[in-house]
Ligand binder design. Structure first.
Ligand code: ADP
Length: 637
């Protein structure tokens, strides 16, 4: 389905431009070809003019070369003598003379007519178609000569049908009466074929026409005896009367004028015949002496070639220029496009930058606010942590006091025993002093002194345990920590007859810790173990130190009742205890685990093959400190 447009659609600028360029190309090619054609035509015309002049001159030369000869022969005595009495003489000597002249002058025929026009002697006497006996009284050259003038004529030979040019001269027997009627006529015939043969070699056609427009001579045989234009009836009658062209039909040559430049110059072609379709530049020149026109036809091929060549060259040049202009224009367009693109990019970038800046600004504001909030939160957390630490320390202390509570019974015993002994020794001393047994009293007092020293040692140990610890981490010998904790429970161990099995490695084990806290953990574990074994018949406490590559294990194993599986996960919870009110706070293990984890280690609980409980402290191992003084420093011995 086609849609009919009601209004003409306006052409796009690009289409217009292309159309303009094409129109320019056509115009340029057309104008150039026109100029080239004119130029080439001019040149061709000059060539034609030269050739025509030369051809005409050569034709005139060829013909007029012989015009003196009839007159010369007419004056010969032999001719006159023969003409005086032709019947009574042998014509052969004259025939031979004429033939000799013919050969020398290189003409077609020479012959002598009597006053009636009958041929008396001829150079062609020996030929079958000899002129001898023929009457040429009808020929104009005869009539002109009989009128006392030199005559001339062109036309077809009646015998030979050759085209010839005839020259004639009157023959007078009496030279002294020049105005008397001539007694005969000397005639010379020149053939025109030789001239035409020369023409055929030229790059042009040459035609010679008579005043009726009959082509009498032509470089092309086909054109000979045709006419420039169809003959009128009157013309035909006149020509037939002169018998100039015999019975020749004289058809039209088909030549037609296409363009007329001036009177002499035309463009012509042939409507029919062998030259049909070809175009020629025609140049005509009159040959006044002969009442002829000589015409040259130069083919237009070089003009056409020059025209095409020029058009193609101009087209090519125009194409190059148009291409160059097109490329230049494209480049200009591209550059503008690039500039526009760059400008757009710049603007987009600037927008994006502004946007980003705004974004960053708002984000910075948010961040500053968040930062402030975080700082506040950190401060808050710091405070909370401080609180927590304080609380934890309090708790640790509380746990310690709880252990002290547990220890109280032992301590009591530990202190009461020496106190009772001191009292006994003092009473003894007083009694010995009363009896003046100073030495015995002194021995008792020495015992008292020893006992007070022991009590002071116990007190010092308790003070040591109950002191608050700091955060001072140092290299600690694990074995010394165990030894300190055991010493704290010494009296209880003895009282309950607990067997102690110590498995110490040959090498000393070192860890980084706060010694007070590590001791607290061990006191807790040993205390719990002793408490668990209090009902056992053969209590046995196994303490093991194992050194691994990166860590140290501290094992506290008892043969008490052990910890039921269900309790294992709960015993490390704060305030979880199975002990009766007053004997346990349920804080020991939770605080111990916390202390060990703070040191980067771990505290685990489990069962043992003997059925008792097994607690294991694992701590990162450190190397033996270089300074030999350090172990003493951390020793509690
Ligand atoms: P407390 O000793 O004040 O109860 P702990 O945190 O030290 O608090 O101990 C928690 C609980 O773990 C104890 O009540 C006890 O049931 C159990 N427990 C600890 N050590 C042992 C042990 N050696 N044998 C059996 N049970 C133990």
């Amino acid at each position: 389905m086609s849609i009919k447009r009601r209004f003409p659609v306006p052409l796009r600028p690009r289409t217009l431009l292309v159309l303009g360029v094409i129109a320019g190309l056509i115009l340029c090619m057309w104008q150039t070809s026109r100029l080239a054609r004119e130029q080439a035509l001019q040149t061709l015309r000059q060539d034609a003019e030269n050739e025509l002049r030369l051809s005409a001159a050569s034709l005139v030369g060829h013909l007029s070369r012989h015009d003196y000869l009839p007159e010369l022969l007419a004056s010969r005595e032999m001719v006159k003598r023969f003409l005086d009495d032709p019947a009574g003489q042998d014509s052969m000597p004259l025939n031979r003379l004429l033939d000799r002249f013919r050969a020398t002058a290189n003409v077609s025929d020479i012959y002598l007519l009597d006053h009636t026009g009958e041929t008396l002697a001829a150079s062609n006497w020996h030929r079958r178609d000899t002129f001898i006996g023929q009457n040429y009284g009808f020929r104009p050259y005869y009539r002109e000569a009989m009128a006392g003038k030199n005559g001339s004529f062109y036309g077809l030979g009646t015998q030979s049908q050759d085209r010839g040019y005839y020259f004639s001269a009157p023959v007078r027997l009496d030279d002294t009466a020049p105005n008397a009627r001539p007694d005969g006529v000397m005639v010379l015939k020149v053939l025109l074929d030789a001239v035409e043969t020369g023409w055929a070699e030229q790059d042009a056609e040459l035609l010679v026409t008579d005043h009726n427009g009959v082509i009498f001579m032509a470089s092309r045989p086909e054109l000979r005896l045709t006419t420039m234009a169809p003959l009128t009836q009157a013309q035909r009658q006149t020509i037939a009367a002169s018998r100039r062209y015999g019975d020749a039909p004289l058809p039209a040559s088909g030549l037609q004028e296409r363009q007329r430049h001036d009177n002499r110059t035309r463009l012509v072609d042939f409507a029919s015949g062998p030259l049909e379709g070809k175009r020629y530049l025609s140049l005509t020149r009159p040959m006044a002496d002969f009442d002829w026109h000589i015409q040259i036809l130069k083919p237009l091929t070089p003009v056409n070639q020059a025209q095409w060549l020029a058009a193609l060259l101009a087209g090519g040049l125009y194409g190059l220029v148009a291409l160059g202009a097109g490329i230049g224009w494209q480049r200009l367009r591209l550059r503008r496009e690039r500039e526009r693109f760059a400008e757009r990019e710049r603007r987009t970038l600037a927008q994006a930058r502004d946007e980003l800046e705004r974004h960053v600004e708002s984000r910075t504001r948010d961040l500053v606010a968040t930062n402030r909030q975080l700082s506040a939160e950190i401060e808050e957390r710091q405070r909370a942590e401080d609180n927590l630490r304080a609380t934890r320390d309090e708790l640790v202390q509380a746990a310690k006091l709880a252990v002290l509570g547990q220890l109280a019974a032992g301590i009591n015993h530990e202190l009461n025993q020496p106190l009772a002994a001191i009292r006994a020794y003092t009473e003894n001393a007083r009694a010995f002093i009363a009896r003046q047994r100073i030495e015995s009293a002194d021995a008792n007092l020495a015992q008292v002194l020893e006992l007070t020293e022991r009590m002071a040692e116990i007190s010092a140990q308790l003070r040591q345990f109950s002191r608050k610890s700091g955060d001072n981490l140092t290299a600690v010998s694990v074995a010394s920590c165990f030894a300190y904790a055991l010493r704290l429970f010494q009296s209880r161990i003895q009282e309950n007859q607990v067997t102690i099995a110590q498995h110490w490695p040959t090498q000393e084990a070192w860890v980084r810790a706060d010694p007070v806290r590590l001791e607290q953990v061990l006191v807790n574990l040993i205390g719990n173990a002793l408490q668990a074994m209090s009902e056992m018949p053969e209590p046995r406490l196994t303490l093991t130190i194992t050194i691994e590559v990166t860590c140290v294990h501290l094992d506290v194993i008892d043969n008490g009742p052990g910890i039921p599986e269900a309790h294992l996960t709960r015993i490390f919870e704060p305030f979880y205890t199975t002990k009766t009110m007053g004997s346990g706070l349920g804080l020991g293990l939770s605080i111990s685990r916390r202390i060990i984890e703070d040191l980067g280690g771990q505290l685990d609980a489990g069962g043992h093959d003997d059925g008792g409980a097994h607690f294991r402290v694992t701590l990162p191992r450190i190397a033996d400190p270089d300074d030999p003084a350090r172990p003493e420093e951390i020793s509690h011995a």
